[in-house]
Design a protein around this ligand. Structure first.
Ligand code: SF4
Length: 544
């Protein structure tokens, strides 16, 4: 039997773990011939279908999730039309809810799996061509039977999680991406009503020794970034500490972790503070800084503890902490979102991600949408369109605010000046947002330079006291000294003053100097550039 896996990703940077995770469990089964067609959602559909067709598979399998949903169906429907004898099966988060309508509407799909596939997919492969007799016994499988009845076999959960063969053992594991994902835990202790992991119980873990072996393998492949899939990383502070001790053995890897700021013990805080710089990159789940919103979302953890923990994490200089907010959560008003962005900027969050709530299949919030007064898109990505607390227009403003944050606060070059403007001027975010919307640039991709020009121009008109800081950020990013943000910079034949206060670097005569005056009395900033090497950022900075 020939099984074709369609690996459809949203971009080349991403790679799904589903195929290697499943294949690793049955790689030795010689009755299955595995092949794969890999593509991104932006590729020509006809070309992907052609590749599938040439393989002439018996089974076409794929994972369906929010961002590949539409293209995946376009591809597999065409493949099935060309290969009517083939059996199309899908799995993934899109099938965590009720699958009856989907199967009735998409007759070219023979069955879908709800839940975790590593144990049940191999079982199904043994009976794939006996739907009448045997599909009923496969947990998690949903399908329309021969009498046209919808059959729903519940949800599949892997019970022997620690015994699974790791995805890295599969020949389909993709080692060519900038990072790899390492799943150390499955399930989450928390009960957030908007999250698919909120109902993922029980929590199952992999022993530390097995993680060590896998990290050795990952390290040997020269991987520099590992995304640790562990929804409960610091739920158990003792295990978290043990994991951090393990990570220390791989100082050339950066570990990306999700951390719950409300659950940081004193010991763990101490441990985090002494880790080598750059070893960790943290995503702190916060969602909203309003107690009522978190309670309505059934998120466990005291808000005061979460705020204190987040403040602590953001203050650590040896790691970067990103924080996220979710617009569209019930009880969350637009004005509160603005307030929360201000607070996160005050804490010094390394990034502020503002997402829109999506009501995902299988989540409690989707089931209770009506009761909670949430209207949402019936099509992927199921984004919230309006709630009792936030209007259609306001959600659009939140989307624009998210664009502003990504373009300015979340961009290292513009972060410091944007943070200062937010913290020192209560109206800045609103005014700058209006400006970006009115000039019709908010939804356009803008280069780093263009963003600098826009910010400089805006400050010139509205916040002239901050022009010098924008100019400094511009110069330090190595951008052209011939453009507006550097208009006050003197570049020709600059000689060092009698004294200056060095901020970084050391002065040598062969540095090319430029001077940014801040007043008429020769106060200002000096920058030195290497004239021989092609480095465009200054290597020296001083002030007079
Ligand atoms: S949002 Fe995070 S903490 Fe909440 S259920 Fe999902 S994974 Fe767990």
């Amino acid at each position: 039997m020939k099984l074709l896996w369609l690996d459809l990703n949203s971009s080349y940077a991403h790679s799904s773990l589903a195929l290697p995770a499943l294949h690793a469990q049955i790689a030795n089964d010689i009755t299955i011939e595995w092949c794969m067609v890999s593509a991104t959602i932006n590729e020509n559909i006809g070309n992907v279908v052609k590749q599938i067709y040439h393989h002439q598979p018996d089974i076409i399998a794929a994972t369906n999730w929010l961002f590949n949903h539409e293209q995946l169906l376009h591809i597999v429907s065409r493949a099935k039309a060309l290969l009517p004898q083939s059996c199309v099966v899908l799995g993934g988060p899109e099938f965590l809810g009720d699958n009856e309508d989907f199967l009735i509407k998409n007759k070219f799909v023979s069955g879908v799996f709800r839940g975790e596939g590593e144990e049940v997919f191999p079982q199904w492969l043994k009976v794939w061509n006996h739907p009448k007799q045997a599909w009923k016994s496969v947990t998690g499988l949903c399908y329309i039977d021969e009498t046209n009845q919808y059959q729903d076999n519940g949800i599949a959960r892997v019970m022997n999680f620690s015994q699974l063969i790791s995805p890295e053992k599969s020949r389909f594991f993709n080692w060519s991406k900038p990072f790899v994902q390492l799943e150390t835990t499955r399930g989450c202790f928390n009960t957030c009503a908007f999250c698919v992991s909120g109902g993922e119980k029980p929590v199952r873990t992999i022993p530390l020794e097995a993680i060590r072996e896998r990290l050795n393998d990952i390290h040997q492949h020269g991987i520099k970034n590992v995304r640790v899939l562990d929804r409960t990383f610091n739920y158990n502070n003792k295990r978290a500490k043990e994991l951090l001790d393990l990570f220390r053995n791989y100082p050339d890897i950066c570990f990306h972790l999700e951390i719950h700021p409300a659950l940081l013990s004193k010991e763990l805080k101490k441990e985090l503070s002494v880790l080598p710089k750059g070893l960790l990159h943290l995503e702190a789940g916060i969602q909203s800084l309003k107690e009522s919103v978190l309670q309505q979302s059934r998120r466990i953890g005291k808000l005061s503890d979460a705020l204190e923990g987040l403040k602590y994490l953001c203050s650590l200089k040896n790691m970067e902490t990103h924080a996220d907010l979710i617009a569209g959560l019930p009880l969350y008003h637009l004005s509160e979102i603005f307030e929360d962005v201000h607070t996160l900027a005050e804490y010094g969050a390394g990034e502020i991600q503002l997402e829109s709530l999506k009501l995902l299949p299988g989540t409690e919030m989707r089931r209770r949408a009506k009761e909670l007064g949430i209207q949402y898109s019936p099509l992927p990505p199921y984004e919230v369109l309006q709630t009792r607390e936030i209007s259609v227009d306001e959600l659009q403003t939140a989307h624009y605010l998210s664009r502003l944050l990504d373009g300015f606060y979340n961009t290292p070059t513009w972060q410091s000046i944007t943070r200062t403007l937010i913290l020192e001027n209560p109206s800045f975010l609103h005014e700058f947002l209006n400006h970006l919307v009115q000039t019709d640039v908010i939804d356009t991709p803008l280069s780093l330079e263009r963003r600098g020009l826009i910010l400089y121009d805006f400050c010139k008109n509205q916040y002239p006291d901050y022009l010098t800081q924008v100019s400094i950020a511009w110069i330090e990013a190595g951008m052209s000294l011939k453009k507006a943000p550097a208009e006050r910079v003197r570049t020709k034949r600059q000689v060092p003053p009698e004294s200056w206060e060095v901020i970084y670097g050391s002065y040598r005569e062969n540095l090319r100097l430029c001077f940014l005056p801040t007043d008429e009395e020769e106060h200002g900033y000096w920058f030195g550039f290497e004239s021989e090497i092609q480095k465009i950022q200054p290597v020296f900075k001083a002030t007079t």
